[in-house]
Structure formats: C-alpha cells, structure tokens
Ligand binder design. Structure first.
Ligand code: C2E
Ligand code: CA
Ligand code: CA
Length: 669
C-alpha cells in the first residue's frame, strides 16, 4: 500500500471515529426523540456519579486530604445537583429539534471533562488508601463507568467518550499496580465495558430503526389521512354534483324528490303548509328546433337564473329535466300562491338574448297545496303536475292550483283506467268511420276510422278520454293492432278508390318493433298499403324525432300515406313538416269554427293551404259543420273536407251505403 493509501485509510478511520464521537444531526425527529429519552436518564446519571463519589470519599475520610475527600467532592456533587435540576426543569419545556441537538451536543462535550475529572480524582486517592480502600477505588471506577454507560445509552457518543476516557487510564493504573487482583479487575472491567458498548451500539441502532420506522409509519398515516380527506372531499363533491343539474346549476330532479319527502315529513309532523309547483315552458321546443341546442341551453340557463332569484330559505327552485322546473315552498310565508305563479310566469316571459337574436318563451305552472290535498310527497307532486297539465290545456302561460274540478277529473281518469285494465278489448272496442269528401266532386274518397269503447261497467267512453289513459298505461299499442285489423277487414269491402285513414298513437312509433308489427298486420290483410293513410300528431315526433321519423319512413316505403293530424293546435313546427316524409296535412277543426266571422282563423287556414301547395302536400280540413264554413273553404280552394256536414262517424255497415254510388249527398240536399 502506498503512503497516500495509508493516509487516506487513516483519514477514513478518523472520520469514522469522529462520526461515532459526535452527536448525529441528520434526522431532527430522531434527535428530538433521543433528547426526550436521554433527558429522563440524566438526573439518574448524576445521582450515580454523586452517590459513588460520596461513598468513595467517605471510605477515604481521614486517610486522604480533606481537599480530596470533602471540598472537591462537595463542589462536584453541588455541580451535579445543579445540572440535574436544570435537566429536570428542561424536561418540562418544549424543545425544538435544533434546541435538543444543541443540548445533546453540549452534554457530549461536557462528558469528556467530567470523565477526566472523576477518573483523575479517584486515581489520586490510590496513594492514600490501604488495599481495601484501593479495592473500593477500583470498584468505584468499574461501577461508575458501567452505570454511566447505562445512563448514556441514548447518547452513544458520550458513552463512548466516557468509556475510553475512564477505561484506558483505569486499565493502565490497575496494571501498573502489579497486583494480580487489580490487573484482573482492570481487564475484567475493560472486557465488560466493551461488551456493554456492543450492546449499547446495537441498542442505539434498534432505537434509531424503531424511530425511523415509526416516522415512516407516521408519514404513511399522514399521507393516508390526506388521502382520506381528498376522498371525502371527492365524495362530497360527487354528492353535490349528483344533486345538481350540470347545465343550469340548479338542484336537480333527484334532489327535488329527496327534499320533497323531507319537507312533506316535516309539514305533516308540524301541521305546516307545503306548496309544490311544477313549471313547464311553452314554446321551448320551437326555439330548440329553429336556433339549435346551444340556443336552447342558453334559454334554460337564463330561465334557471331568473327563477333562482326567487329563492328564499322557504322557497327552493329545481330543474326537473328538459324544460320542466320544480318549486317547493315551505311554511305559510308568501301565502299568495297565485301571486307567486304570476311572478314565475312573468319572469319566464321576459325576452331572452340568445346571441343571434331575442327569443321569448312562456311558462305554465301547476300548484298543489298540502294539507288541502295529498297524503304523500309523491302524491302532492302528481297533483301539481295534473294542475300543470290543466294550465297548459286551458290557459297557456298561467298558473293553476289543483282544485275540486281537477280532483273530479282525476277521479274519473282513475275510474276509466281501472275499467280499461279490466276490459275485454276484443269485445268492447269497435270502430266507427267518418267520411272524407272531395269538395270538387262531392264524392267520399275515404273514411277515418275512430275508436269507440262500450264498457259493461262504466258505459260508453269517449276516445278523447280513454285514448290518453291507454297511452299512459301502455295498452294503446295493443289497441292499435286490434283496431287496425278490424278497420282493414272493413276497408277491404270498399271500392278501390276509397282509402282508409287510421290514427296512430305516439307509442306506435317509438320502437321499430311496434312499427314492424303494424307493417305485418297490413301485409297480412292483403289490403293495398297505398290505400292506407296513417294519421300522426306532432307529439308523436316531438319525443324522439329520429325514431319517429324512421318509423314513418318505414310506413312510407310500404306505400302508405302519412297525414299530420290536428295541424295548428300543437307546435306546428315547420321543421317537422319539412323534415318528415308527409303526404297530407289535416287542418284542425278549431280553425273552421266560425271561419266566416274570425279573420285570424281565415288567415291561418289560407296560409296553411298555401304551405301545403308549396310543399306538394294534400290538405284536409276537419270539423266542417255548416254550409257557410264550406263555402269559405271552397273559396279558398280546399280539396278535401271531413266533418258533420258531410257525415258523422258511422258504423261499418253504413259506409257501404255511402260509397257504392260514389257520390255523397250534400247534407242540405
Ligand atoms: P281526431 O283524430 O282529430 O278525430 C276527429 C275527431 O273529431 C273525432 O272525435 C270526430 O268524431 C270529431 N269530429 C269529426 N267531425 C266533426 C265536426 O264536424 N265537429 C266536431 N265538433 N267534431 C267532429 P272522436 O271520435 O271523439 O275522436 C277523438 C280523438 O280520439 C281523435 O281525434 C283521435 O285523436 C283520438 N282517436 C280516435 N280514435 C282513435 C284510434 O283508433 N286510435 C288513436 N290513436 N286515436 C284515436
Ligand atoms: Ca285523426
Ligand atoms: Ca284531427
């Protein structure tokens, strides 16, 4: 090995030794823990030192000078007591890791002079003592060093300093005495302290490891707590979002029904009032169709913002879906429900800027007030919804509170529903046929089949009553198939130039299966599909335009005609007329009523006829009852009409009397 190699190894060894003799400061948490453990043992350390010194001084009383056995030990004992008191007081104070480190380091430094002084003192007593006293000195040194190593267990460096500082001179002194007992004692103490140092080092390592792993555990725990906090925040946020409508930021349908239940529970327990409101926009669909969904969204956001300005601690606003909103008003505050309805309608009706222009929609509100009506939250909602339905039917853009009239309507609906569920439709359902007449030739060119129900329990029920109920409970598709079969069997007997007009319900167009079953019935009947005209309403296409349009296309491909029924009463969106493969438009009878006196009706019929001509669609005017109406329609160039003037809906058998001649008598003749 080269000289440089030796030097570097020597430097490394010195480095290791200084490292062992210094207080480690690489881990502040560990230093603090070390300080805490060590501080408990410091007073004991000084206690060992003091009692050992007092004991040795006492056995040397009289033989050694007072300086060595009284004054010097007294001063040291005083110092040790003071240091103990300082440590005891320090234990009560909170130390930062830096303060702990400084304290440990000063103790480390102090350990050397204390070891030197104590060793020097005990060795200086040797010349004055006899064999017993010298044995006590040896015992003092051995027991003190062992005691100190124990107490310095948590300050490894100080323990090493004390061991080296005491043991080396002790061994030398013992060996120099030439006394075999002392030499053996010296070597023995040396070996025991070395073993103890080994134990101490391994204990220190364990202590360090324990703290490090505890630290890791703490960090992991903290991370886990952080993670839990984040998870909690996330789940809170999810819950918030689950109850919030993402477009309008109003509370959503789910939240509405939750709050409804809670509010109902409280209201029924406290005997308080609870008002449930359901709002539906009128004219929202056309905005959506004409300006696109982005504009529709803007309208909904704006209306939601306007409605939320009405919120109070007692009044909350929700978006129930689509263009429907909900209100919950708790307690008796703001008891003017109609006034609230008016405010809601006024706020909705204000014009809205959609960027590309201004639009206006209106709203209808239905209210139900507990405890006047309802026995569950859900029931109050349903009654409010019924009131809304009435509001939309009767006075658009207005408020309606569920009342006795609607209660009896609803009751009747329930009676009809129950009878319909129990009905033997095959036997109880039948069809009547109303002629459709060509104005030019006065010939009957077709019949519209209209359903009739004779219930053994509740008697004759109008289709305007039972069709909506059948649509609601899903029996309508079955009815359609049954009636279509009946109608085709009758129509087969008509001359080839007479067609069948048959009403389809929105449900018949909502799935390809339903439409395919209709196609199958037509094909099975052997009736020429080109002589069938299916009547559909706009509501049928409003719900799911894509599906309805595909179903209509399927029927068109079969060869059937498609008429848009009741034109003018619904949304009458030009978009629908334009996008669907229609063949006819049926202008609703309400426009014919007093057409000779009502200018607006006249203008509407005139412009719809112009539209039909433009789009190459046949027009049929419904509900013609009088000569005057007929004359005006003739003047407008109407081709086909239907109404009591030419014939009321009639039994199948009567249709044959009407078509063989091919001419229909004018009602007047
Ligand atoms: P709709 O399709 O508009 O049928 C025309 C309705 O107007 C019929 O009422 C008819 O009797 C009545 N009507 C015809 N001419 C006149 C008139 O000059 N003056 C007046 N005031 N009324 C006239 P109905 O038979 O009571 O049918 C009511 C509604 O029930 C129908 O309206 C249709 O929407 C529905 N409906 C009837 N039969 C069926 C059916 O088989 N299937 C489906 N899905 N709906 C049907
Ligand atoms: Ca019809
Ligand atoms: Ca109609």
């Amino acid at each position: 090995m080269t000289g440089a190699g030796h030097i570097s190894r020597l430097l490394q060894a010195i480095g290791r030794a200084t490292h062992l003799l210094a207080v480690p400061n690489d881990n502040p948490v560990l230093t603090a823990a070390q300080y805490e453990a060590f501080s408990k043992q410091v007073p004991l350390l000084y206690f060992i030192l003091a009692t050992n010194m007092i004991s040795l001084s006492w056995t040397h009383q009289g033989s050694a000078p007072n300086m060595l056995v009284i004054y010097f030990p007294a001063v040291l004992t005083l110092l040790f007591t003071l240091r103990s008191a300082l440590w005891l007081r320090g234990r009560k104070l909170q130390r930062t890791p830096a303060q702990a480190y400084r304290q440990l380091r000063s103790t480390n430094i102090l350990s050397f002079p204390i070891a030197v002084v104590c060793t020097g003192w005990s060795v200086s007593l040797l010349p004055y003592g006899n064999a017993y006293q010298n044995a006590h000195v040896a015992f003092f040194m051995a027991i003190t060093v062992i005691g100190c190593i124990f107490c310095l267990m948590h300050l490894r460096s100080a323990a090493l300093i004390v061991t080296v500082t005491v043991n080396l001179p002790f061994l030398v002194v013992m060996c120099l005495s030439g006394e075999p007992t002392f030499i053996a004692t010296g070597i023995n103490v040396m070996l025991v302290t070395m073993a103890m140092i080994m134990i101490l080092l391994s204990h220190y390592r364990d202590f360090r490891q324990l703290h490090e792993s505890r630290q890791v555990l703490l960090i992991q725990q903290e991370a886990l707590q952080e993670q839990n906090k984040a998870m909690q925040a996330l789940s809170d946020e999810n819950l918030r979002l689950a109850n919030l409508d993402s477009l309008t930021m109003l509370a959503n349908r789910r939240s509405f029904f939750q709050m409804l239940d809670t509010a109902f529970f409280r209201a029924s327990a406290d005997g308080q009032r609870l008002v449930v409101g359901v709002i539906d926009l009128d004219g929202f669909k056309p905005v959506n169709d004409m300006y696109g969904h982005a504009a529709g969204d803007k309208v909904l956001i704006e209306i939601a913002a306007r409605l939320s300005t009405l919120s109070t601690p007692d009044l909350s606003v929700y978006r129930l879906g689509g263009d429907e909103f909900g209100l919950l008003l708790k307690g008796d505050g703001g008891s003017d429900v109609m006034g609230l309805g008016q405010v809601v309608c006024d706020r909705i009706a204000e014009r809205i800027n959609i960027g590309s222009g201004m639009v206006q929609v209106t709203g209808s509100v239905g209210f139900a007030i507990y405890p006047d009506v309802g026995s569950t939250g859900q029931e109050i909602y349903e009654l409010a919804d019924y009131a809304l339905y009435t509001a939309k039917r009767t006075h658009r853009a207005g408020a309606v509170i569920f009342n006795a009239v609607q209660a009896s309507e609803l009751n009747r609906q329930k009676v009809v529903e129950e009878a319909l569920v129990a009905a033997d439709l095959d036997k109880e359902l039948s069809l009547v046929y109303q002629p459709i007449t060509c104005l030019g030739t006065r010939r009957c060119i077709g019949f519209e089949a209209l359903a009739r129900w004779q219930s053994p329990h509740i008697g004759r029920v109008s289709p305007s009553e039972f069709i909506p109920v059948a649509e609601h409970n899903g029996r309508i598709t079955m009815m359609t198939r049954l009636l279509l079969g009946q109608a085709l069997a009758v129509a087969r007997e008509w001359p080839d130039d007479v067609y069948l007009s048959f009403n389809l319900s929105p449900h018949d167009l909502t799935s390809p299966e339903c439409t395919l079953r209709i196609v199958a019935i037509v094909l099975k009947s052997g009736f020429d599909p080109r002589r069938i005209n299916f009547e559909i309403t706009e509501t049928a296409v409003m719900h799911d335009f894509e599906q309805a349009s595909a179903s209509i296309q399927m029927l068109r491909e079969l060869g059937c005609g498609i008429a848009l029924d009741d034109f003018g009463t619904g949304y009458s969106s030009l978009n629908h007329v334009h996008k669907l493969p229609l063949t006819k438009i049926k202008i609703d009878g309400s426009f014919v009523r007093d057409i000779h006196t009502r200018r607006t009706s006249f203008k509407i019929v005139k412009s719809v006829l112009a539209l039909c001509a433009e789009m190459e669609l046949n027009a049929i005017v419904e509900g013609v009852e009088t000569e005057e109406e007929l004359r005006i329609l003739e003047g407008l160039g109407v081709e086909a009409v239907q109404g009591y003037y030419f014939g009321k809906p009639m039994a199948a058998i009567d249709t044959f009397a009407l078509v063989p001649e091919g001419h229909v008598r004018a009602a007047a003749s």
